[in-house]
Design a protein around this ligand. Sequence first.
Ligand SMILES: [Zn+2]
Length: 385
Amino acid sequence: MTKFTLCIAYAGRCLVYLLVLIGVATGVFAQAIPGFSPLEVKVPFPPTPLPAGGDTYLCYELHLTNFYPEPISVERVEVFGESEEGTPLVAYEGQELIDNMRRPGTGDEPDERPKIGGGMLAFVYFFVRIEAGHAVPGQLLHRITFTKHVDGGTESGVIQSVWPVRADKKPIEVGPPLKGGYWVARNGPSNTSGHRRMVRPLLGPATVTQRYAIDYIKIDDQGERLSGDPKVNANHFCYGAEIIAIADGVVSATTTGIAENVPGRTLDEISRTRMVGNSVMLDLGGGVYAFYAHFKPGSIRVKTGDRVSRGQVLGLVGNSGNSGGPHLHLHLESWPLALSSEGLPYVIDAFERLGRCEGKTCTVGPAKKVRGEIPLRDDIVRFSE
Ligand SMILES: [Zn+2]
């Protein structure tokens, strides 16, 4: 059992309630509640420690649902490890809170994001960095400070909610999806990846399928990604590069026959039913699937049911589907449906890191060998040939 406090402050006085909770595999439930919390707090997919950049990251989303009719304004969210004493691992308020919150089904006015209307759901995004040499906590305690809007005034309160870290699990280790380099991990693992902002219910629960997705583009040693007219796919250095199997597996699905985009086109100009473009899904076993998207038309060399070996060429980098320019999209997930399962963490067994891109400026530096990590957003990496 876990003890859990709920502090609701009225007229400046903080009334602390003690809740008794029963820990379960993926969370905690209130059993004895002397005062109900206006917010439901959940972490639907607790994080697995993820090695990257020499540190360890905990990547997850906190779901907040307002069970009361009155709006609630979140003022501050803090995350602690084993103890709530001392400095929090993360503390969001003000603009940082706005940047890391989303409310599905709303117009998403940034200043309105911390305000959760009656019955409304909000997400808070975390990418908690645990520096090298520090222990990864076995749980995460969230302290949420809020204001509840009631007739003629406001009431403030604090809720604490503890969720486990999947410290007993390790990310699956795979090989590289491409050869050579230099490759930039655009939209890669981070708290600002556009991939993570796509949370949709499809065939059941709302999931973040692209939680650890990466869009790989290729640059030259000057940091340039193309030469000549950017509207020509073949002028992009990654176009036509070989895409390879990251592990032994079985092809569970392919999509083919989708025409290529002119670089720069937006999703509005592409049929939403063709978002993934020409694609390959590999079943890696153990409930892990690898999804590759945006292949060049006619380039896919495998078909459903084929057994593939690590390093086998699956097809070529292209610009089909929801793609503004040639790149390879790759993510690992828990179910063989491209956009309706949980995104799974993974690491690449060996690669080299050569720097990072800052915005559009990419500087290739000396190579550093890396083992068993995932590239982070905008890392410049090189794989074996
Ligand atoms: Zn992508």
